[in-house]
Design a protein around this ligand. Structure first.
Ligand SMILES: [Zn+2]
Length: 171
C-alpha cells in the first residue's frame, strides 16, 4: 500500500490544520511551511498520519526509525525526504544517526510549549465564563499572564519573577 510506505514521512506542511502529537510543544499546531514528521497509524479501521514538529521527535522515536529504516539509506527509505532542501536532508539523517534532534530544533519546540503554557494560565479563567473573549479583554489579561506565569515558574526563575512583578505594580 502506497500511502503507508515505510511508515514514516517527512514533509513541508502544506496547511496549518495538523496538531503536533509531541508533548514538548504542548501539542501546538504545526503551521504551513514548517517541516513536519509523520508516523503512519493504522488502527485497522482507519489509517492516518500522526504529525510532529521535527523538534518534537523524541530520541525513542529516532531509535525506532533507525531500527526500521536503517541509517545509511534514509534517502531511499524515508518517504518525502528527498523533496526537502539539502540542509534538511542532512539534519534528519544526522538526527537519526545521533539519536536526537539538533538542540536548536528542540529549543524551538520547547519555546512553543512555554508559550502555550503561558496562554493557558492567562486565558483559562476568562474563557471558562466567556469563550468569546473579545481581543480587548484578552489583551488586558496578558499582563496578568506575566505574573501568573512567573509565580508558577517562580522556583526556577526568580529573577524574572521580580522583574515582571515590578512591571505589573508600576502600571
Ligand atoms: Zn510539537
Amino acid at each position: 500500500m502506497e500511502q503507508g510506505g515505510s511508515g514514516y514521512r517527512v514533509e513541508i506542511a502544506s496547511n496549518s490544520r495538523s496538531k503536533c502529537k509531541g508533548s514538548l510543544c504542548g501539542r501546538a499546531k504545526i503551521p504551513a511551511g514548517v517541516i513536519r514528521f509523520g508516523t503512519f497509524v493504522d488502527s485497522g479501521r482507519f489509517q492516518s498520519w500522526a504529525w510532529k514538529h521535527w523538534g518534537c521527535v523524541t530520541p525513542r522515536m529516532l531509535k525506532n526509525i533507525k531500527n526500521r529504516l536503517g541509517e545509511d539509506d534514509l534517502k531511499n527509505t524515508m518517504d518525502g525526504i528527498t523533496a526537502l532542501p539539502d540542509e534538511w536532508i542532512d539534519k534528519i539523517i544526522r538526527a537519526v544517526q545521533e539519536g536526537h534532534v539538533a538542540a536548536e530544533d528542540e529549543r524551538e519546540s520547547r519555546k512553543l510549549g512555554n508559550e502555550a503554557k503561558g496562554n493557558i494560565s492567562s486565558s483559562k479563567k476568562p474563557n471558562e465564563k466567556n469563550p468569546m473573549v473579545p481581543p480587548k479583554i484578552a489583551r488586558k489579561t496578558k499582563r496578568h499572564h506575566i505574573t501568573t506565569k512567573s509565580v508558577l515558574s517562580d522556583s526556577d526563575d526568580e529573577a524574572e519573577y521580580t522583574n515582571s512583578s515590578e512591571e505589573y505594580d508600576s502600571d
